[in-house]
Design a protein around this ligand. Structure first.
Ligand SMILES: N[C@@H](CCC(=O)N[C@@H](CS)C(=O)NCC(=O)O)C(=O)O
Length: 218
């Protein structure tokens, strides 16, 4: 098996999803930083890797894979040890549904390029209201998938962290950084507390990432 190469950025929530999945599965990847703050994702050399101009992207054995969900599913299929998806089809579907709810309905509406476009015309207060509105609206749906469901445990699905947590926890970090009030979402908050002290999420975290320490702007 060839080397895993992960194009990502330490601050990116979508990148954190894949770093967390790698850590949970006990896999190592060589990381290539794509500095979103400096616009490296829009440069011609990176657009050859990711025509969408987004991180993360995984390169492995001649395959170049974009989209965090597709990347983690690829890792799961190629490296089945330490699974991040449950064994049963209904459980797998539930975990994927939580992941897509986070990726599409929280991050899709409030992600970097959407914000950058709106920031060109909106003032800071309008931006803040918009972000908080969509952040909370999407969280209501995710909390609904988790609260009271018999398969919700310490983590999103049972008592071991998996793919759904790889999506949920980084997104909660992004919402908190923008001061979205998460007080109506106790299950999400409880799961976030469990992730915060789990070694895989600590190892993959933006806060502890070597590229952050090397970046004098932060
Ligand atoms: N659906 C994509 C989202 C990827 C994404 O939006 N990544 C952000 C960083 S968290 C990015 O590259 N933003 C650059 C941009 O939007 O121009 C995935 O799950 O991988």
């Amino acid at each position: 098996m060839g080397e895993l190469v992960l194009y990502n950025y330490w601050r990116s929530a979508a990148s954190y999803r894949v770093r967390a999945a790698l850590a949970l599965k006990g896999l190592e990847a060589r990381e290539v930083m794509v500095d979103l703050s400096a616009g490296a994702h829009r440069q011609a050399d990176y657009l050859k890797v990711s025509p969408q101009g987004i991180v993360p992207t995984l390169a492995h054995d001649g395959a170049v894979i974009s989209q965090s969900l597709a990347i983690i599913e690829y890792l799961e299929e190629v490296f089945p040890e330490n699974p991040v998806l449950p064994a049963d089809p209904a459980g797998r579907a539930r975990v994927r549904a939580i992941a897509v709810a986070v990726a599409a309905e929280i991050q899709g509406r409030t992600g970097t390029r959407v914000r950058e476009y709106l920031e060109e015309t909106w003032d800071a207060a309008t931006m803040r209201d918009w972000y908080r509105h969509w952040g909370r609206a999407a969280c209501e749906g995710v909390e609904g998938l988790l609260a009271g469901h018999p398969d919700t445990g310490v983590f999103c699905h049972g008592d071991r962290p998996g793919l759904a947590d790889c999506f949920l926890y980084p997104q909660i970090g992004a919402l908190r950084r923008r001061e979205v009030d998460l007080s109506g979402f106790p299950v999400m908050q409880r799961i976030a507390e469990a992730c915060a002290i789990h070694p895989a999420f600590i190892a993959a975290s933006p806060e502890t990432h070597p590229a952050r320490k090397a970046d004098s702007r932060f």
